[in-house]
Design a protein around this ligand. Sequence first.
Ligand SMILES: NC(=O)c1ccc[n+]([C@@H]2O[C@H](COP(=O)([O-])OP(=O)(O)OC[C@H]3O[C@@H](n4cnc5c(N)ncnc54)[C@H](O)[C@@H]3O)[C@@H](O)[C@H]2O)c1
Length: 676
Amino acid sequence: MTDFQKEILEGIPQDRLPEAKPYEAKINHAPKRKDILSQEQKALALKNALRYFPAKFHEALAPEFAKELKDYGRIYMYRFRPSYEIYARPIDQYPCKCRQAAAIMAMIQNNLDPRVAQHPHELIIYGGNGAIFQNWAQYRLTMKYLAEMTQEQTLAMYSGHPMGLFPSRKDAPRVVVTNGMVIPNYSSKDDYERFNAMGVSQYGQMTAGSYMYIGPQGIVHGTTITVMNAARKQLKARGIEGSRENMKGLLFVSAGLGGMSGAQPKAGNIAGVVSVIAEINPLAARKRYEQGWVDELHDNLDELVPRIRKAVSDKEIVSLSYVGNVVDLWERLVKEDIHVDLGSDQTSLHNPLAGGYYPVGLSFEEGKRMMAEEPEKFKEAVEASLRRQVAAINTLAEKGMYFFDYGNAFLLEASRAGADIMEGGHFRYPSYVQDIMGPLYFDYGFGPFRWVCMSEDPKDLAKTDEIAAAVLHEEARTAPEEIRGQMHDNIHWIEEAAKNKLVVGSQARILYADCEGRTKIALGFNEAIRRGEISAPIVLGRDHHDVSGTDSPFRETSNIYDGSQFTADMAVQNVIGDAFRGATWVSIHNGGGVGWGEVVNGGFGMVIDGSEDSARHIREMLFWDVNNGIARRSWARNEGAGSAIRREMERTPELKVTLPEIAGEDLVNKAIKEIF
Ligand SMILES: NC(=O)c1ccc[n+]([C@@H]2O[C@H](COP(=O)([O-])OP(=O)(O)OC[C@H]3O[C@@H](n4cnc5c(N)ncnc54)[C@H](O)[C@@H]3O)[C@@H](O)[C@H]2O)c1
C-alpha cells in the first residue's frame, strides 16, 4: 500500500496529532474574513470544530483553532492538511471498494490541486469563496468514507460535512451533496458569513462544492462563444459580416484573471480579437501568465496604452493584462479616447464585500486590510469605485462599445451602489444570457457538458475528442438551420481543443453540446471503453451554468420573461430527476455565480465504465437533464425552446410536454385596459 493510500485510510488520526504546518507565503491565500460572530457564537464555532477530534486532543487544538478564527475569520484546521501532494492521480491509485468512489476521489483531488484551486489551503476552488470543504477534517473524513464505501452505500454531504455512509443500492447515487441550503429568510450575505464561520454551511459556488471543476478550461468554451457572438453582434450593427476574419482588430476589455475570469484572454485569442484584461492581484495574474492563458503582463498604463493601439492597428491576436485596478484602466481608455468594441467585467461581484471586488485608489494589500479591519469604510469604497467604473463604461458605450454583464452580478451590485446603470426601470446593459447564451444556446439545450478521463492519459483524451468531433459532424448534417451556426462553432472548438492546450489539472474537456450531442458522445465513449480503445472509466458532468440546472434571475434564467425567473422549481426538479435516473453523484446549492441567496443550482457527475448499466444511465439521465430545462423555457414562451422541445417529442414518442398557447399582445392589453 502506498503512503498516499495509507493516509487516506487513516482519515482523522486517532492517536497522534500531525505536525503543525507553516503558513506558506507563496501560496495564494483567502483573505481574512470579517469578524462577525458574537462571543457566544465564537464558542460555538470552536465546539463545532473540536467535535471532529478525539477529546484527548482538545486541549492542544482549542487555542490553535481559536487563533485561526481570530486571524482568518474561519477555522480551516491547517495542521490537518495531508502530507501527500494533491492532484488527480489515475483511478487505480486510490484505495477503494468501488470504482465510482475512486472516480469521485479523483475529482476532489483535481479541485484541490494547487494549479487548479484559487486558495488551495483554505479549500477555496474559485470565485473567492467557492468552497469544496469548510475545513481539512471534513476533507480527511470524506476521503476515508469514499475509500470504504461499497456499491450499496450513499454518502450524504452537508455543506462539506460528511454526515455518513447510509445503506442504499447500486443504481442510487454514491454521493448526494447539498451546499448552502438554508431557510430562505436566513439567506442574507451576513447570514452566510455567520454560518460559514460557525462551520455549519458553505458557499459551494457551482462546480467547486460539487467536485466538477476542471480549471479555467471549464469556462473557456462558454467565454469563447460569448466573445464571438458579442463580436458578431457588434459587426452586424455596423453592417459587417460576422466572419472570424472580420473579428480581427476588435478590442475587448474586461477584468479578472481568476478561476473563471482567467478564461477571458484565452477566449479572446481563440476568437481572434485583441483583449485587455485588468487583474489587481499580481499572484493571480502571474499564475495565468505562467500557464500560458494570457500573453503579456503590464503594470504601467503609460506603457500599455501604446501597446493596445499597436495591437489593434496591426490586428494582432493577443491578450494583454493590466496588473492593476480595472477602474484605472477604464478611466484611462476614456481619457485616451481609445475605441473599445466589446466590454465586460468578471471580478467576483457576487461577493463584493469579502474579497470579490477591490476598490480603486487602494493597493491590493491596502484593500485587503481595510476589508478586514474597517468593513463599513470598505463597503463605501467599493460602492464609489463601482460608480466610477460605470461612469467610464457609459462614456465608452455612448461611443459604440457593446457592454454586457458577465454573470458576476456586475449590474446588480452597480445598481445597489447607486451607479448610473438603470434606464426606464431596467439595466442599461444586457446580461450575456439575455443576449447570447439564452436565445442561442440554452433554449436549444446546448450547455457546458464535460468529461474527465480517469486514466489521466492524454491519449484517452485525444480519443474522446475524436469521437466527439465525429458525432458533431454527423449531427450537423441533419441539424435544423436555426442551430447550424452553433454546431459549426462547436466543431471548430473540439477540433482545435488539443492545439489550444486547455488542460490544467486532470485530462478533461468541455463542449457545449445539446441533448442529442451529449447522449451520442457519451454512448460513443462508453462503447470505446467497452472495446478497450479508451483505457479507463470516464466521468461525465457539466457546469451548473446550464439549460436546466440553474434558476438564477440575473444570469441563467435572465431570459425567462413569464415572471417565473424568481422560482427555483427547475433546479430542484432537475437534481431529483437526475438522482433516480443514474447519476453517480448529484448536488444542489444555494448560491453560485451571482451570490448567496440569489440563485439555486444543481449538477451531477456520472461514472461510465463501458457497461450496459452505464449505457442505460446515459440514455435515461442525460435526456431528462437537458429536456427538463428546455420544457420549462418553452413553457415560458421562449421561441427556440418551443421548437427544440417539439423536435424532441418527434424523436421520442414517450415524451409529452405541456406546450403554451400564445395569446396576442393586443388582445391581452385590450382586456387589461378595459377591466382595470
Ligand atoms: N460568465 C460566466 O460564465 C461565469 C461563470 C462562472 C462565474 N462567473 C462569475 O465571474 C466572476 C469571477 O469568477 P472567478 O472564478 O474568476 O473569480 P475569482 O475571484 O477567481 O477572480 C476574480 C478576479 O477579479 C480580480 N479583481 C477583483 N477586483 C478587481 C478590480 N477592481 N480590478 C481588477 N481586478 C479585480 C480578483 O483579484 C480576482 O482574481 C464570479 O462572480 C463568478 O461567479 C461567470
